[in-house]
Design a protein around this ligand. Structure first.
Ligand code: ATP
Ligand code: MG
Length: 143
């Protein structure tokens, strides 16, 4: 069986549709009969990545690739990039303005949670270009 891949565009500031990509990803995994534990981890990672695209980026794409060994979630955006990745990865660090915090975001937990729910986590960013995050979740027997 070949790998299965899906792509979901995510628009900047589109709070109306925010969360749709990660909901669709969750649904796909449910339909494939995946284990609830792996679905939960993928859903958390995808949701946090999606919200960061909506809130902090100029827009981008979330994609999922399912192969026999793993699920890979990728989030790639068109800028503005992250100046200090180490700082951005710290629990509690957020540049979210008040209007975003009033909506319940901006705890500074998204990136640390993405790392926690992944077996492999890669973040690359170039200021003025964009950010790419790759989360790999390994499947075990029974998933
Ligand atoms: N795709 C991105 N493009 C540019 N900056 C980003 C991106 N993702 C995260 N950041 C920066 O990294 C910071 C930390 O991100 P993180 O997801 O951990 O927290 P948050 O989004 O601010 O709050 P929370 O995720 O808890 O709602 C953000 O406040 C922002 O400054
Ligand atoms: Mg976040």
């Amino acid at each position: 069986m070949g790998n299965i891949s899906y792509e979901f565009p995510v628009a900047k500031d589109d709070f109306e549709r925010a969360g749709e990509a990660s909901s669709k990803i969750k649904k796909i995994l449910r339909q494939l009969g995946m284990d609830s534990g792996i679905i939960r981890r993928v859903a958390i990672g995808a949701y946090e990545a999606e919200m960061n695209l909506v809130i902090h980026s100029l827009g981008g794409v979330i994609s999922i690739t399912i192969d026999p060994e793993s699920i890979i979630i990728t989030a790639e955006d068109n800028g503005p990039g992250i100046e200090d990745i180490e700082l951005a990865m710290k629990e509690g660090y957020s540049t979210a303005p008040d209007r975003i915090r009033e909506m319940g975001f901006g705890a500074g937990m998204g990136l640390p949670n993405m790392k926690k729910c992944s077996d492999d986590f890669i973040i690359e960013s170039v200021v003025g270009k964009g950010t790419k995050i790759v989360m790999k979740m390994m499947l075990k027997d029974g998933d």
